[in-house]
Design a protein around this ligand. Structure first.
Ligand SMILES: [Zn+2]
Length: 201
């Protein structure tokens, strides 16, 4: 950090440099952009950062991102609440919704099970999912965890927990290239995988 900059400018550069993919030179460039942009644009950015940290929480039903206690999808009366699609992260919902093929609701696990990384079932929202299923009115669980070893293991663990419940368990068809994440899957492939979902035994 150069001494020629003021303390405030140095601090802004430092903050930008913490962002993923931003090196020191880009951090400097962004800080100077902010310095030179209009006060209203700069404040809008500051407010957006502040709001995302103070207003965005989790839906109390599905753990999707939400600014209210219940997210927009769970509050939508046109959704089929009897079908719950299981995803690892809120961003997976965005990929699935972009296909336009989903009329169901979701359950966000908050990750996957990976004992070697110290990620246990108790770190996820699995107990809340079991509660939702036991609460009745659920006819199908669609596993849409990522098509890799950790995602498959997580799906199998959950399906074993739900085996005694009166619910059909399916997973997205494997048009998805194994080892990828749903986030990057091509929209057309994902839409086909949704329509052709298979029973998970
Ligand atoms: Zn929700």
């Amino acid at each position: 950090m150069s001494d020629v900059y003021t303390e405030s400018l140095n601090k802004l550069i430092e903050q930008f440099a913490k962002l993923p993919g931003i090196g020191p030179r880009t951090a400097e460039r962004l800080a100077f952009y902010i310095l030179n942009t209009s006060a209203s644009d700069a404040m809008a950015l500051a407010d957006a950062v502040k709001n995302v940290k103070t207003k965005v929480g989790r839906c109390q039903i599905c753990f999707n991102l939400s600014e209210d206690s219940t997210c927009q999808i769970c509050s939508d009366p046109r959704r089929d609440k009897k079908v719950i699609c299981i995803v690892e992260q809120p961003k997976d919902i965005i990929s699935l919704e972009k296909t336009g093929a989903c009329k169901w609701v979701y359950h966000v696990l908050g990750g996957h099970i990976a004992p070697l990384e110290g990620l246990e079932p108790s770190d996820l929202t699995i107990d809340k999912l079991v509660e939702r299923v036991r609460g009745g009115q659920v006819s199908e669980i669609v596993m849409a965890t990522n098509p890799n070893v950790a995602g498959d293991g997580t799906s199998l663990y959950i399906s074993s927990l739900l085996r005694g419940e009166n619910v059909k368990i399916t997973r997205l068809a494997r048009g998805l290239p194994t080892g990828t994440t749903n986030e990057y899957a091509n929209g057309k492939i994902l839409a086909d995988a949704i329509r052709a979902r298979q029973r998970l035994e």
